[in-house]
Design a protein around this ligand. Structure first.
Ligand code: FES
Length: 145
């Protein structure tokens, strides 16, 4: 079996939603201190709290790029509250799997989206339960290499 699924290769070669939203309503940036990869997510959110647009910049490995691309596709057009429920497992499943040692790359996507939503909540004075947001990246589930 190939190491990477066709979907991973497709999203790596033709990533969707790459770029910057200049007037983003929420921005989330996370980095993996071990491999040094960085992911940044930009959200444009309307008055109904729907994610109208989402873009990403990822300086990282192919799995991180494919994960960002898939994650942005999954949350585009969704309610902000639903985007918060996106897990790295869902991203990985949508990509038809990632090699075990690359699962942490999809964690970056989940965390960057959560951080961008938190930024949106903070900027707009929207109350939330802080426990739904992870503390800054802990390296526990991250690359052990
Ligand atoms: Fe660093 Fe994939 S995110 S190796």
């Amino acid at each position: 079996m190939a190491l990477y699924s066709e979907k991973v290769m497709d999203h790596f070669r033709n990533p969707r939603n790459v770029g910057v939203i200049e007037d983003a309503d929420g921005i989330g940036e996370v980095g993996n201190p071990v491999c040094g990869d960085i992911m940044k997510i930009y959200l444009k959110i309307n008055d109904e709290k729907i994610i109208e647009d989402v873009k990403f910049e990822t300086f990282g490995c192919g799995s991180a790029i494919a994960s960002s691309s898939m994650a942005t596709e999954l949350i585009k057009g969704q309610a902000v509250a639903d985007a918060l429920k996106l897990t790295n497992k869902a991203v990985t499943e949508a990509l038809d799997g990632l090699p075990t040692h690359k699962i942490h790359c999809s964690v970056l996507a989940e965390e960057a989206i959560k951080k961008a939503v938190k930024d949106y909540y903070d900027k707009n004075g929207i109350e939330y339960d802080p426990s739904i947001f992870p503390a800054d990246h802990d390296c526990e589930h991250c690359c052990g290499n």
